[in-house]
Design a protein around this ligand. Structure first.
Ligand SMILES: NC(=O)c1ccc[n+]([C@@H]2O[C@H](COP(=O)([O-])OP(=O)(O)OC[C@H]3O[C@@H](n4cnc5c(N)ncnc54)[C@H](O)[C@@H]3O)[C@@H](O)[C@H]2O)c1
Length: 304
């Protein structure tokens, strides 16, 4: 007898699921028996309003394959959009088990050319766009826990290598994606007592966001494996969003092609305590001595 699907009966929200990675996640969850809320506002590459809202198409694709899905076309970076997103899950299916925060867009510029608008728009869609759905889902799960219906809930947030190591020309995006890691750590610590696990991924895949960067990335010769297919990222996202990932929370994974990497974050390196205040010259001398014994940080993406 074959094993039951990993997410049988679970209700899963995926934001920005109209295309790219979010669409791949939604299809992968549906293939594992989940019931979906497919969110997408339908914006252009830089966040400007676009004609089409692709959420309905993906929901239809899931239903055509025999799955359950409903579309939500709201903006996840607004209170109304985030609240109505969670409400859609509860009104349609009567429950919510997993939230995948994925929606976003880019406004890449070198810092000296980065307008306040480009900063605000990218911080808003990624950082606030993670916080608001998380906050509304968390309030629901806390109420469930208090009512004695212990949730077994999951949140998967989307960071980026840019947020972990930095990326030239992406100061706004890197700051937002690093902020998402901080938010993930706090949410994991605060929500554990309510039965909610919160993790983050740093994916890489060929989507409209990275089309140019990854245009030349070819499948491994002879293997037929397209390493940059967004669907390669989804299996880990499905597992993290399932009951099977019990005990895993507050972690960050890089996932790309056939590779999964646990990212190990900031931790104390070489250290010295004088037990008194340093002079600036002494502090500098000590800092240099410590640096000579410390591990060099990973290279910033795109740095010369
Ligand atoms: N593709 C990669 O290699 C890569 C690498 C690192 C991180 N990421 C992250 O993965 C996520 C998905 O990226 P993608 O490459 O699939 O991009 P994409 O442009 O293909 O898809 C993003 C989707 O989010 C939607 N969206 C944007 N703003 C929204 C809003 N306010 N409300 C609801 N939906 C909104 C867009 O309409 C779009 O359909 C993003 O958070 C991105 O930063 C992607």
């Amino acid at each position: 007898m074959s094993a039951p699907p990993l997410c049988h009966g679970r209700v899963v929200i995926v934001t920005g699921a109209g295309r790219g990675l979010g669409r791949a996640h939604a299809l992968a969850y549906a293939a594992e028996g989940a019931r979906l809320v497919v969110n997408d506002l339908g914006v252009g590459l830089d966040g400007t309003p676009a004609e089409d809202s692709p959420a309905a198409r993906v929901a239809e694709e899931i239903r055509a394959a025999g799955g359950e899905a409903v579309a939500h076309g709201g903006d996840i970076a607004t209170t109304e959009g985030a609240a109505s997103l969670v409400r859609t899950a509860l009104e349609t299916y009567g429950r919510l088990d997993t939230l995948v925060n994925n929606a976003g867009f880019l406004r890449d510029r070198m810092l000296v050319n980065l307008d306040e608008d480009d900063w605000d728009a990218v911080m808003r869609v990624h950082l606030k766009g993670h916080f608001l759905p998380l906050r509304h889902a968390a309030a629901h799960w806390r109420a469930e826990a208090r009512a004695g219906r212990a949730p077994d809930a999951r949140v998967v947030n989307t960071s980026s290598g840019a947020g972990l190591l930095g990326s030239v020309g992406q100061g706004n995006y890197s700051a937002a994606k690093a902020g998402i890691v901080g938010l993930t750590l706090v949410a994991a610590a605060e929500m554990e007592r309510y039965g909610v696990q919160v993790n983050a991924i740093a994916p890489a895949a060929r989507t409209r966001m990275t089309e140019r960067a990854f245009a030349d990335a070819m499948a491994a010769p002879g293997s037929g494996f397209d390493a940059m297919d967004p669907g390669n990222v989804s299996p880990l996202v499905v597992w993290l969003g399932s009951a099977a990932s019990a005990g895993v929370t507050g972690r960050v994974f890089e996932t790309e092609g056939g590779r999964i990497t646990v990212m190990e974050g900031w931790r104390p390196g070489p250290s010295v305590d004088k037990g008194a205040r340093w002079t600036p010259a002494e502090a500098g001398e000590t800092a240099r001595a410590l640096l000579s014994r410390a591990e060099a940080p990973g290279a910033v993406y795109g740095a010369l």
